[in-house]
Ligand binder design. Structure first.
Ligand code: AMP
Length: 548
């Protein structure tokens, strides 16, 4: 019989991260640029106390283990307090992307059966509009102080977050429970059909936070000042609110102030050393810094992911500003980190151009995740940097199934079950550097945000002049991809590009409306009658968009 270890085995709980930060880095600052416009200064001790008060407040509102506490919020200390207060007390923090169309937000909140909705003042008009449609939400909480509560609102019984916390003592002991308990939910629209929820556990979140902080990953330490530009509603800001607690570093949260000037002032004023975000967020910042001939004095490195980092952007950050760019790849379904591009000792001896080409790849996996590339029959392909195949992953922080979906998305590789198909197509070289070369999933990623081609096609198909419609991604210099509508008109029907684009108004979020329309005689189909979108994509990938 195997000899069992004689070690303690406390469950890996999110509350343990906060307890650690409070005890060992209590005075280290957490600075938030708030919706109210002020620069709020707090620290890990204060955020820990308020998180305990939040846990007590949620319990007083009647929340029970497993209940979902939703947020529509920017990056700020109150959002952190909801993260820790809800998960820590066995509730489930459900961060909703406020950039989605109101109908999608309603659908997601109802699917998740959210019980409480906490939101920043920015989203008051939105929540006033959708509140009657949120079937399961019992309490609406405005994330502000009494002084900033609106005099009147269309939401009956609207609660004030700071008031709720002030009514509690904070004398609360974080409960112990199974580490596989759900901690948070994040919905992705990066799949076909309706958005799907990834349900993280305490165990997966803590392990991801450990791994993300490693030197060959995000390389976080107590000496860092971390500013996540990536929103806390995009896969938990890539785990940074948790990794920051592990290392106990200063944490700076930009709220809604994401323009180049506001970000630059916050980077400089708070001595930010490390940041993370999708490629498009750096465009505004770099333009501002270049136009005003400025330099960063403390900003040393950044993780860029969510979409491919354009080589020119990487080069500019490196050469004009001396900032190390760590190109990363991951997914909502992976908590999100999978790979990061950091050079090995041997590669540091290569000529500069070769190093650069490696850094432009999506990089190597971190321990805790494994990957493979496979052909259409599920056979793994060689790691030769040339063979390109469907990228599959498995690991401690990869989903096994989606929320409210019984069927398993997992597939077998070389006969071994349990791999998650990412929908990305990639090569892997002999050193394990993965490079995304294409995508097999039928979605469009614009500025790091998903747009469902199916939603756009369904709207076009509702137009009386449209016989058939396909929406595909066309390359865009700023947004990486933008939707292009390809239309076959009904015989004898007349409709213009402008009329079709106007048809989207009010039916979908403005930023999701296609940039252009092309009329074609027919759309290619497979033998089973499916539209051959890949063929169309190849045909129109370089289509010159009027917005480009
Ligand atoms: P999300 O779930 O919104 O984080 O989107 C995950 C998807 O974004 C991946 O499956 C890729 O298609 C894409 N993606 C993420 N990071 C990168 C990257 N560095 N390069 C290219 N595509 C990326």
């Amino acid at each position: 019989m195997a000899l069992m270890g004689r070690m303690m085995s406390d469950p890996l709980l999110i509350s343990s991260l906060l307890k650690h930060a409070e005890r060992h880095s209590g005075e280290t600052e957490i600075v938030s640029k708030r919706v109210e416009g002020d620069l709020h200064r707090s620290n890990w001790r204060e955020v820990a106390r308020r998180s305990r008060q939040a846990a007590q407040a949620f319990a007083r509102l009647g929340c029970e283990p497993g209940d979902r506490v939703a947020t529509l919020a920017w990056n700020g200390h109150r959002h952190m307090e909801i993260y820790y207060g809800s998960s820590g007390s066995a509730l489930v923090c459900h961060t909703i992307n406020p950039r989605l169309f109101p109908e999608q937000i309603v659908w997601i909140a109802n699917d998740a059966q959210d019980r409480v909705l906490c939101f920043d003042a920015t989203f008051l008009p939105l929540v006033e509009k959708i509140a009657p449609l949120l079937k399961t939400v019992k309490h609406f909480v405005l994330m502000t102080s009494r002084a900033h509560m609106p005099a009147s609102t269309g939401i009956p019984g609207l609660l004030c977050f700071d008031d709720l916390l002030d009514a509690e003592t904070g004398n609360y002991v974080w409960p112990q429970f199974d580490e596989n308990t759900a901690s948070s939910i994040c919905y992705t629209s990066g799949t076909t059909g309706n958005p799907k929820g990834a349900v993280y556990s305490h165990r997966s979140t803590v392990l991801h936070a450990y791994a993300a902080a490693l030197p060959d990953a995000m390389d976080c330490s107590s000496r860092d000042v971390i500013l996540p530009v990536v929103p806390m509603f995009h896969v938990n800001a890539w785990g940074l609110p948790y990794s920051a607690a592990i290392v106990g570093c200063k944490f700076v949260l930009p709220g809604p102030h994401l323009d180049g000037k506001s970000l630059f002032e916050l980077f400089e004023g708070e001595k930010v050393s490390f940041s993370a975000g999708v490629p498009t967020v750096w465009l505004g910042l770099l333009n501002y810094v270049k136009a005003n001939n400025l330099k960063f004095s403390t900003f040393k490195r950044t993780v860029i992911g969510g979409s491919a980092c354009p080589p020119a952007m990487m080069k500019s950050l490196q050469e004009d500003f001396g900032i190390e760019v760590i190109h990363a790849w991951g997914m909502t379904e992976m908590s999100p980190l999978g790979t990061l591009s950091k050079l090995t000792t041997r590669q540091l001896g290569l000529p500069h151009e070769q190093q650069q080409r490696l850094l432009e790849k999506q990089g190597r996996v971190i321990y805790g995740v494994d990957m493979a590339i496979i052909d259409d029959d599920g056979r793994s392909l060689p790691w030769d940097g040339v063979s390109s195949g469907n990228l599959v992953v498995r690991g401690h922080w990869v989903i096994a199934r989606y929320f409210n979906h019984d069927e398993s998305p997992l597939i077998s590789v070389d006969g071994e079950p349990g791999w998650f198909p990412t929908g990305d197509v990639a090569t892997i070289d002999a050193d394990g550097f993965m490079q995304i070369t294409d995508r097999s999933k039928d979605v469009i990623k614009s500025g790091g945000e998903w747009i469902s081609s199916i939603d756009l096609e369904n709207i076009a198909m509702a137009h009386p002049a449209v016989h058939e419609a396909a929406v595909i991604a066309a390359r865009h210099p700023k947004w990486d991809e933008r939707p292009l509508l390809v239309v076959v008109k009904k015989p004898d029907a007349t409709v213009t590009r402008e009329e079709l684009l106007a048809f989207y108004d009010g039916r979908i979020a403005k930023w999701q409306i296609p940039d252009d329309v092309v009329f074609v005689a027919e759309i290619p189909h497979t033998a089973t009658g499916k539209m051959q979108k890949l063929k169309l994509r190849d045909q129109f990938l370089s289509h010159k968009l009027p917005t480009a």
